[in-house]
Structures are given as C-alpha cells and as structure tokens.
Design a protein around this ligand. Structure first.
Ligand SMILES: NC(=O)c1ccc[n+]([C@@H]2O[C@H](COP(=O)([O-])OP(=O)(O)OC[C@H]3O[C@@H](n4cnc5c(N)ncnc54)[C@H](OP(=O)(O)O)[C@@H]3O)[C@@H](O)[C@H]2O)c1
Length: 265
C-alpha cells in the first residue's frame, strides 16, 4: 500500500473508551456526541445537571438501538475533587471493561461578572482556579497514570483563546487557562514512551450558556464583529477538532495548543 495514504481506520474510535468532563451541555456535550459518532464509548460527566447529562447519554444510546450494553453512561463528579476524578476512571473501567483511551477535560467556569483584577473577589479567583486549573491538573494526573499505554491514549484539555485575547474582565479566567496550556506542554514530554499524546484545544467565543451569561447585546455584537468570519463560534466548530485529536491520525500533534476561534486572535 502507498505509505503516503491515510488509513481510514486511523480516523475511527471504534470501541475506545472516552471520558468527557463537563459534557452535560455546551462544548463538552458536542464533543461527547461527536466522539460517539466516531465509535467511542462515553462517560458523560456533569457537576449538578443530572437530567441534562442523562439526556446526552440517551441521545448517544438511542443511536445504537441494537446494542444491549450502553454506549454512554453518566457519572457525577466535581473535577476539583481528586476522589471524584478517580471515580470517573473507576466507573469507566468497570462498566466498559477496558482501560480509558481518551480523556477530554471540558468542565470549566467563568466569572460572569467579568470583573477587573482590582475587583475580583478572592472567592471568585479561587473558584476559577479550582475548577479550571486544579480540575485540569487532577484529570491530567489521573489520565497520565491510567490511560491505555502503547497507542490510542489521548489527553485533550479545553483551554481558551482568551489566553491570547487578553481582554479586560478575564484576568483570573485567562490566567487559569494559561496555566493549563503550560502544563500540557510539559505533560506531553513526561509521557514519553507511553504512546499517549497531550494537547489543548483553545476555543474562541462559542455560543453556549457560559458565553451568554452576563454579556450585553452590545458586547455580543462586538464579539461577532471581531471575528473575521463574522459570526459567533458554535459547539460544532470545536467538536471535530477534538475528535481528530482523539484519533490515531493525530499522533504527530503532541504538546500543542490548537486555537479554534475563526481567526479572532
Ligand atoms: N463558551 C465559550 O465561549 C468558551 C470559549 C473558550 C473556552 N471555553 C471553555 O470550554 C469549556 C466548556 O465551556 P462551555 O461554554 O461549554 O460551558 P458551559 O456551557 O457553562 O458548560 C459547562 C460544563 O462544565 C460542567 N462543570 C462546571 N463545573 C464543573 C465541575 N466542578 N466539575 C465537573 N463539571 C463541571 C457543567 O456541568 P453542569 O451542567 O452539571 O453544571 C457543564 O457540563 C470550558 O472549559 C470553558 O472555559 C468556552
């Protein structure tokens, strides 16, 4: 066979096990549904929205009507709690009878008051770092110890193009994501010999509850004007990027931050 050709199976996730944190809604949900269409079995994680998480799992399971065992399960876990993060992997291994191949950390929070640093409360700073940075650290740590070795292991952390955008009102948030982007570059090197890759996907503005919370119509219009493509990003703009990184075809992308933002930064 021509060695320069892509093997179509390298774009499949058939029967691989994937955990997507924060997949009850928003970007995480779109990622989970997309990974399922590539063939993966999914852990749908949520923090408090049990009903929405179950709807996501149902959506996935209903597209495999002939399967007797579930393709998607829901697991409640706060990503900033190490015992909860451990339970995500425990449940995945027990239910699917396989090591986890792919960890996507999409759980995240933003302070929707968009305060200047001078006006950021210590509580809000701590919450932002607790979910976005500590959460990414704990998920990465567990994944680095437990993901499948020898091929197919993928760690994908959702950071933010705000690390480059540097807008006033996003001080704690951008800093919390910048730490994750730095960590992933070192993590990729530390995973030498495991076949596991580690990357960040950094979306720009994406139309989700997080994006709309606390933003005026005027600010939303400004965000659209700033984008060379003249529109807001949608969750479907991010899911295929993560999907590709989850497959074998992406192996040569390692320790990178992929910004997906329509060109705004
Ligand atoms: N939307 C944007 O414009 C944008 C841009 C750049 C980067 N991002 C990043 O993309 C990721 C997803 O954002 P989104 O817009 O999809 O947000 P979203 O619509 O607000 O959804 C957030 C998700 O995270 C979960 N979550 C929150 N805190 C958690 C915790 N402590 N433990 C576990 N899960 C938790 C939520 O679960 P519940 O449903 O149970 O609350 C929900 O599933 C975040 O990391 C965000 O920073 C978003």
């Amino acid at each position: 066979m021509d060695a320069s050709r892509t093997n179509p199976s390298s774009l499949s996730l058939l029967d691989r096990v994937a955990i997507v944190t924060g997949s009850s809604r928003g970007i995480g949900k779109a990622i989970a549904v997309h990974l399922a269409t590539l063939g993966a079995k999914l852990v749908i994680n949520y923090s408090s929205n049990r009903d929405q998480a179950q709807l996501v799992a149902q959506e996935i399971n209903s597209s495999f009507p002939h399967n007797h065992s579930p393709r998607a399960i829901t697991v409640q876990a706060n990503v900033s709690d190490p015992a909860h993060v451990k339970s995500l992997f425990d449940e995945a291994e027990t239910v699917f009878g396989s090591p986890v191949h792919v960890l996507v950390n999409s759980a995240g929070v933003v302070d929707s008051k968009y305060p200047s640093i001078a006006n950021t409360s210590l509580e809000d700073f701590d919450l932002t770092f607790s979910v976005n940075t500590r959460g990414a650290f704990l998920c990465s740590k567990e994944a680095a110890n437990r993901l499948k070795r020898g091929g197919g292991g993928r760690i994908i952390l959702v950071s933010s193009s705000m690390v480059g955008g540097l807008k006033p009102g996003f001080g704690a948030y951008a800093a919390s994501k910048a730490a994750v982007e730095t960590m992933v570059k070192i993590l990729a090197k530390e995973l030498k010999g495991t076949g596991i890759t580690a990357n960040c996907v950094a979306p720009g503005p994406i139309a989700t509850e997080m994006f709309f919370s606390g933003r005026s119509e005027e600010l939303i219009r400004k965000n659209i004007e700033e984008c060379p493509l003249g529109r807001l990003g949608e969750t479907k703009d991010i899911a295929p990027v993560v999907g590709f990184l989850a497959t074998d075809a992406s192996e040569w992308i390692n320790g990178q931050v992929i910004r997906a933002n329509g060109g705004y930064v």
